[in-house]
Design a protein around this ligand. Sequence first.
Ligand code: GAL
Length: 333
Amino acid sequence: AMALTLAACGGSGAGETTDDATNTAGGDSGETFRVGVAMPTQTSERWIADGDAVKSQLEELGYEVDLQFGNDDIPTQSQQIDQMITNGADLLIVAAIDGTALAGQLQTAADNGIATIAYDRLIRDSENVDFYVTFDNYQVGVQQATSLLVGLGLLNEDGSEGDATGPFNIELFAGSPDDNNAGFFFNGAMSVLQPLIDDGTLVVTSGQTDFDTVAILRWQQETAQKRMEDLLTSTYSSGAKVQGVLSPYDGLSRGIITALQNAGYSGTTADGFPIVTGQDAEIASVKLIADGVQFSTIFKDTRKLATQAVTAAGEILAGGEPTANDTETYDNG
Ligand code: GAL
């Protein structure tokens, strides 16, 4: 994911392009462009960091910024975007809570000549998405699954075959079904895990392997904890031990770890605590990794994502069209 992000950053420089945009705006009319930035939640530190990074980078270029967090509540986010439009936004940068719930807002925006950039999460079922910035989400899933195999000893860190042979008991979790990214993470992970499930090296003891069954609505930590508790009671009460858990996001990972600890799993991964993956490198999880409790996370440098969004915003506001480095992977319907 990092490599692809860096590659994505190889395009035109944010400073250069957006400076032009600011100058054009100032020179023509003295107007300062207003950018509405809608982020999904403040319960996860990554979105706070994303919001701050987008805001400060836009402000450095002279734009006015209206940054709002939607509390993981769809009506709240819809109202915030309506308000941004009413307040005269010239452009919107949106990380959607529910990728299919904003078509109405985007239509109003388009009717008012306001462009929309989808930020990290694709907005679906709307023709009014002007640009999309994200990471290589499929590859994130591949990396999560690969790390699970490393934790179990099936692979070494350099990718060579490990000493372990299995079979290992694992369980699978996926992200929010209304977040377009969740399917990419899951499919990427399953591209690695499915062959090992098929040949018996990995056993999903609960039998729960389809996306809809393992998905956690709104990426909620409590929901993940509850599902893990239910799995431990229903599937692992007669002595079998879970040895690995695919988790697509640190918040879920911490819920899963709490459930495991409450059920008597203890210690560190070095002495048998189940291998739990993650994503976002949230500080609470980085600490758990340092303590040997969570096995891994995926770090995505969201400052670079912010730079991509700000670059695209500058190009659009200057009347140009941002350049995409991928026109194949994502289809918003
Ligand atoms: C996804 C994002 C992940 C994680 C998750 C939960 O859309 O790609 O990095 O942050 O949301 O917030």
